[in-house]
Write a protein that binds this ligand. Structure first.
Ligand SMILES: *Cc1c(COP(=O)(O)O)cnc(C)c1O
Length: 396
């Protein structure tokens, strides 16, 4: 293997051979440690993206490295035709720490959403017959880019080139309960919503809105699905974002942080949804293999601990305080919850992201004008101070 390509050669190689579905920053990363990433030129970057909410415990978290290393020496893969200990234990832990009674495992967020669509469809059909197939999703939501998930992600730019989409989907304005009331009815089998919209700009769902959706779903025997792929697993200061509202879904999709950096997704289901699913209804060859499941056990154990959640709340409070004190004329609104924060500006955030690449700090956007912060949960006040120093210097 050729190991001495320089940075520009790697970028050129990638540009020549990898399908261009991502606009990439011109950085080649080689290693990471905690909140920091190191590139091929030896420069370091403070990471406020955590791989888009994946590396919740930071880079190269020792407990994850240890769990993965131990497991790869024992068993990497046997398929889901057999039992393996890490998967069974992880499923138990996810259920014991949530509303759920069963878990379906898969390998990504979009796959979790696809599975939830199928479960809602089957459950709906059993509850209300052949016509009960309609799904409801909300403006500004993001549920993934596969065909089913794409139909629930109402963004013209994502959908237009790929029509026809999965039919029988209704898109309703987010946080608009009156509009939801007009649409959710006897033919609705499922309603999917992010308690906090990630890609859509960090809009937080009102408690009354979620409670209203719960009521509508109960009235019409439809399944309420919370997509906590980005906002779940400790990021908001509670293990699950739904805990802030007290509204309990029938299903919940997870992915991103779950696998500790390895691909993993899941749908958590209550007993009612689970009981209609039979062998053969759905499946996945790789899902919750022993390595990914061992890694996820560490993640779940850590992010659900009282110490970690207290830490998240404390450091998120400090972050909110320092951001509120910025007093920049460009800041229109600061929103989100915990370590999932959006700063809406009166201008394009791209130049700020690029200044970050130059100065060694990685930030995300959510749409053209929202700066998005998704740091690892191990963030400390010192890291927040460095961020604020950068934002001040960049004249935000
Ligand atoms: C990232 C994300 C998805 C899609 O997950 P992938 O693993 O990229 O397929 C779905 N829903 C939400 C809320 C997300 O943030």
């Amino acid at each position: 293997m050729n190991t001495d390509l320089n940075t520009q050669e790697i970028i050129n190689l990638d540009a020549a051979y990898v399908l261009g579905t991502y606009p990439r920053a011109p950085i080649v990363f080689e290693s990471g440690q905690g909140m920091w990433l190191f590139d091929s030129k030896g420069r370091r970057y403070l990471d406020f993206t955590s791989g888009i909410a994946v590396n919740a415990l930071g880079h190269a978290a020792p407990e994850i490295v240890q769990a993965v290393e131990t497991q790869i020496h024992k068993l990497m893969h046997v398929s889901n035709l057999y039992y393996t200990r890490p998967q069974a234990e992880l499923a138990r832990d996810l259920c014991q720490k949530s509303f759920a009674e069963r878990v379906f495992f898969c390998n990504s967020g979009a796959e979790a959403v696809e599975a939830a669509i199928k479960f809602a469809r089957k459950s709906g059909r059993q509850a209300g017959g052949e016509q009960k197939t309609r799904l409801v999703a909300f403006s500004g939501g993001f549920h993934g880019r596969t065909m089913g998930a794409l139909a629930l992600t109402a963004r013209e730019k994502y959908q237009a080139p790929f029509r026809p989409l999965m039919p029988n989907v209704d898109i309703v304005p987010f946080n608009d309960l009156q509009a939801a009331k007009q649409v959710i009815g006897p033919q609705t089998c499922g309603v999917i919503v992010e308690p906090i919209q990630g890609e859509g700009g960090l809009q937080v769902a009102d408690e009354k809105f979620l409670a209203g959706l719960r009521e509508l779903c109960d009235r019409h025997n439809a399944r309420l699905i919370f997509d906590e792929i980005q906002c779940g697993l400790g990021r908001t200061g509670k293990l699950w974002a739904y805990e802030h509202s007290g509204v309990i879904p029938d299903m919940m999709t997870l992915a991103k942080a779950l696998g500790g950096g390895l691909p993993m997704g899941a749908v958590l289901l209550n007993g009612h949804c689970a009981e209609v699913i039979a062998p053969g209804d759905h499946g996945s060859t790789f899902a919750a293999g022993p390595v990914a499941a061992s890694s996820a056990q560490v993640v779940l154990d850590r992010v659900s601990s009282a110490a970690m959640l207290a830490h998240v709340n404390q450091v998120a409070g400090y972050l909110a305080e320092r951001l509120a004190a910025l007093q920049s004329p460009h800041i229109q609104e600061i929103r989100g919850r915990g370590l999932m924060i959006g700063i809406r500006l009166d201008r394009d955030v791209q130049p700020l992201l690029e200044a970050g690449y130059q100065q060694g700090i990685l930030l995300l956007n959510a749409g053209p004008d929202v700066l998005r912060l998704l740091p690892a949960l191990i963030l400390t006040k010192e890291h927040v101070d460095l961020l604020v120093e950068f934002l001040t210097g960049a004249q935000l």
